[in-house]
Design a protein around this ligand. Structure first.
Ligand code: PEP
Length: 239
């Protein structure tokens, strides 16, 4: 099984979601790829109806680690469970860097998701400075150290170099292979590891052929339904 996941970030109204999902369901019928979308919270609850009885899965882009309480602006695992999410993204680089989520907080989020049986897509990745100074392996190790024992069957890890996210720049295929293989070495469980960072219709086939890559987490290109469909087909063909 391979995975093509789309993170809409802070994009996509309810009307957009409805039109997009209907088009995607008409456009692709993947045989060997699991497809999931991660819309913003306002559109998320409608996904339980939009994707009903289809191959399409859906998840939240973030969540807090408490079940309820005085945490203005946050959404809890109980709320996500109620709408039937298939996944929650934890540790996306935008959460780490813009919202200053640290490794301890991310571990608590993984534990909270597990308490409610919500599988996690845990994101890791180095900055450009860290890559330039040869610190990539150490950074990935540090980002995984608190969760490597608790990530388990059903969870997924996404390797997303920060410098490749939203920039149009991607690592070489060798660099992707090396980092993914290092992440797999660090994990205690045998989990799928996805690549993320400027995946598009032009590079999807090449990335799908890199050994060890179990799929992709797509940001910007997942907002264009035709392009996302091409990426899904690239992974569906190159098994
Ligand atoms: C992401 O948001 O996880 C991502 C990889 O973004 P993009 O594909 O736009 O680089």
């Amino acid at each position: 099984m391979r995975y093509v996941f789309g993170n809409w970030k802070m994009n996509g109204t309810l009307a957009f979601a409805e039109e997009y999902v209907n088009k995607l369901l008409g456009e692709v019928r993947p045989a060997s790829v699991q497809v999931a979308l991660f819309p913003p919270f306002t559109a998320l609850s409608s996904f339980q109806y939009l994707v009903k009885d289809s191959f399409l899965k859906f998840g939240a882009q973030n969540m807090y680690y408490e079940d309820s309480g005085a945490f203005t602006g946050e959404v809890s695992p109980v709320m996500l469970k109620e709408i039937g999410v298939d996944y929650v993204l934890i540790g996306h680089s935008e959460r780490r860097h813009i919202f200053l989520e640290n490794d301890e907080m991310l571990m608590k989020k993984v534990e909270a998701a597990h308490r409610h049986d919500i599988p996690v897509v845990f994101c890791v990745g180095e900055t450009l400075e860290e890559r330039r100074t040869g610190a990539t392996k150490d950074v990935l190790k540090r980002q995984l150290i608190l969760v490597q024992d608790i990530l388990s069957t059903g969870d997924i890890v996404a390797y997303e170099p920060v410098w490749a996210i939203g920039t149009g720049v991607t690592p070489t295929m060798d660099e992707i292979r090396e980092s993914i293989s290092w992440v797999k070495e660090l994990l205690k469980a045998d989990l799928p590891v996805l690549y993320g960072g400027s995946v598009n219709k032009g590079n999807a086939v090449d990335i799908s052929e890199v050994s060890g890559v179990d799929g992709v987490l797509v940001g910007g290109a997942s907002l264009k339904v035709e392009e996302f469909a091409i990426i899904i087909k690239a992974f569906d063909q190159n098994i």
